[in-house]
Design a protein around this ligand. Structure first.
Ligand code: IPD
Length: 258
């Protein structure tokens, strides 16, 4: 892994952990919060990445008017799992993905609570620290599937609820950590078998999508087509064995919505 990125992530995590009781602000959507630590970590990341990678563009959760540049663009979530963070649930991570044009080329996710540095570079595999990651080969009926509840979009609550009701009898169980990038690291590491959320933002999944793909898994839109990095999408990741079956099952729930 690029030493510059490793160093920046670890220093950013120190800022994050140094806040004992961060100020919390509402962003506007349903239960959508930002803390002063999210802002401080993002400010640090933008400054340090700009110094380390001159000319790079930025697309970041706590910024406005995000667009992808023509060359290298960093897609950043300063704290993924913000609610976990200020509720002291110790399940949040910093995610930095880098896209060239429209596809991720490298990325890393640092979970300071477990001191886990997940990282991937296109064509070079996915790792947690020095350990190479591989997705599982678990079949659909025994799958443990991570679920994002799209909590900021009330128009998706019913669809999410119906999805749980329809799929639970078909798989082993669901998991919901409250951090999409940590859920996706679990898919890459074979600790779960898939993950979906009916609307997810590029900063939540950019680095983790590359990680899952480099670990041998598949990612795409729940509705079909590739992952996009310039806007929110219905994001799906899974081991290669169940990807299409899970995708079809999710599509069926949406088609059957009244
Ligand atoms: C959120 C988390 C959560 C997911 C939300 C994300 P944030 O990120 O990843 O698991 O369900 O859709 O927005 O807001 O804590 O950075």
């Amino acid at each position: 892994m690029d030493k510059r990125l490793d160093d920046i992530l670890r220093r950013a995590a120190k800022i994050m952990l140094d806040y004992a009781n961060p100020q919390v602000y509402e962003k506007g959507g349903h239960a959508d919060f930002v803390t002063e630590a999210d802002v401080a970590v993002q400010t640090f990341l933008l400054e340090e990445l700009a110094k380390a990678y001159p000319g790079a563009a930025f697309f970041a959760e706590e910024a406005e008017d995000n667009t992808l540049g023509d060359g290298l663009t960093f897609i950043i979530d300063p704290i993924d799992g913000t609610t976990n963070y200020f509720r002291r649930r110790r399940c949040s991570a910093i995610s930095i993905g880098a896209v060239e044009g429209k596809r991720p080329v490298f990325g890393a996710i640092y979970d300071p609570y477990r001191d886990e540095m997940h990282h991937a570079e296109r064509g070079k595999g996915a790792y947690c620290g020095e350990t190479r990651l591989h997705v599982s080969d678990t079949p659909f009926e025994r799958a443990v599937i991570g679920l994002g509840s799209a909590p900021y979009y009330s128009e998706l609550f019913e669809l999410t609820g119906r999805t749980v009701g329809a799929l639970l009898p078909q798989i082993a169980d669901f998991r919901r950590t409250g951090s999409a990038c940590i859920d996706l690291c679990d898919v890459a590491a074979g600790r779960s078998d898939g993950h979906f959320e009916w609307r997810l933002q590029p900063w939540d999944y950019c680095a983790a999508t590359l990680l899952v793909e480099e670990a041998g898994g598949r990612c795409g839109s729940i509705l079909g087509g590739d992952v996009v990095y310039d806007r929110a999408m219905p994001h799906l990741a899974a081991n290669a064995r169940i990807f299409e079956q899970l995708q079809r099952a999710l599509q069926r729930v949406r088609e059957e919505m009244p």
